[in-house]
Design a protein around this ligand. Sequence first.
Ligand SMILES: Nc1ncnc2c1ncn2[C@@H]1O[C@H](COP(=O)(O)OP(=O)(O)OP(=O)(O)O)[C@@H](O)[C@H]1O
Ligand SMILES: [Mg+2]
Length: 538
Amino acid sequence: MRRREYGNLLGMLGVPNKDAEVKIQQYESLLEEIQQTNQKLFRAQLTVHVYGGTQDDVKSKTSEVIRLFSGMNGAEMHDERYGSVVPIFLSTLPGWTKESSRWILLKTLHLADLLPCFKEFHGSGKGETVFFNTTQGLVSYDPFANDLPAFNSILIGATGTGKSFLVNQIINQYSKNDPIEVFIDIGGSYRRQVLLKGGDYISLGLKEKFTINLFDLPAKKKFRDFDNEAQNEIVVIKTKIIEQMIGKTSRFAQSDQIVEDLISRSIRFLYRAVDYPILSDYKLALIQVAESNDQWKPFVDQIVGLLGIWLEGGQFGSFTDGKSTLSLDKSIVCFDLKGLENQRLQTMMLTIITNFVWGKFMSERGRRKLLILDECWKLLSSPESASFIAEAFRTFRKYGAGAISVTQSLSDFTKGGLEDAILGNAHTRFILRQNSAPSLQSIVNYFKFNTQEKHLIESLQMKKGEGSEVFFSQSKGLKPISGKMVIYPTPIEYWVATTDALDLDHYEKVKAENPKLDMYKIVKKCAEDYPNGVSYGK
Ligand SMILES: Nc1ncnc2c1ncn2[C@@H]1O[C@H](COP(=O)(O)OP(=O)(O)OP(=O)(O)O)[C@@H](O)[C@H]1O
Ligand SMILES: [Mg+2]
């Protein structure tokens, strides 16, 4: 109300009106503030809807809400119920468009307090894979979004928080694009996923006879069929593998560069001399090349000696020296290293398989490729193996390939030279529930997550059989994206991915009782028996 109107009022009554004077002053200062601070006045109404099973329940909840509300700095609240003033009750309904009469005037600043700026998380990129956000909306994720500098991602979570389960869901959905999928695992998490899609599941065990020849080239081509750039890449990768086979190149002290030079020149020499070489041929190449240079001669015996365990007749020679007995013809393959037991052999095999996979990725241009390394990081802690992985991962984007690296602890990546290779290239991170404050803090510190992001990670929930929450963070140049996504599997998805011991027992039981059923039908039956897994709700 304007000063003039108050003045008129006072004049008419001819008496000083203290209330009116105070009001005028208040209005004056309000108008002044609004002008100075560039705010506006809004009509606003705040409605709280109270739900309950019975009318009495609603009544008692309403009294409680009103009591709490009036405890807040003298705020007032009215109980509007059907049967009192009907138009006012109706105006409180969501979506009601007629003006209500319960509004009050609020300044921009105060109104802003009642309108928390909240935007639901919708993910990043095209909906190549789709999950949920915390309000049941959809979240998208495209592992090969064009604006990503590299397609590698990492997944970190405490044991049993759903890491392998999440990878299963991502790959399952992405499969519609017919990518090449290679899994390297130590423990069977991808078995049904791979077999259901008609892929090769290769359990590498000490008892099984198999050989992988590290000198095999993509598509059975010869070295000379590749262009210069590819030839250089091949030599670099194979050099790193040989270095890993002989153990620490640091044992050659000041001469490690000379040794590296000898190793890589012998690889070139080998490929020129033999069309389809194996490791024994390489031994001969080393000896022959070393003959040509006095600087190399002192090292050749030692290198050949160190290669001994990988050469025919050596402890692991049957796995590494000879023509490959495995083929990578299928588009979907899983190597399970569990049966190898011996850590040295596991590490070497991991390297040789990655080399094998790298060759396959190199030869199939035009298709997307995914390599999943699930908890293999302990095997890659030596500088030589880390350097190999770094080299392989560095070239991935060029071949349209992405690696998903899964681990329980960030420290697996920050030590042993893996940091640049894995973390430097991983622009997408999935963080699952952490089970200790230090591991949470180290993740927050490493990725420089802000307080809000830290709270999101702290609040991650996992309900076995029902769903698990994941913190997603992606760095895309100047536009980092982060938010919480929820993985709700359908019963079939659950049974494809579960690693729970009781679930697996049930699966085996159904399989034994129904020998005629194929894998999909067994999974389907399990999903009908226990849509959320055997132990859900127990
Ligand atoms: N999103 C989910 N919804 C329902 N159940 C889930 C979900 N994620 C995981 N689980 C349940 O939790 C179990 C353990 O998950 P998973 O094997 O993926 O854990 P992990 O983090 O890979 O553990 P580990 O460190 O032992 O490899 C699954 O077998 C499944 O039963
Ligand atoms: Mg796992």
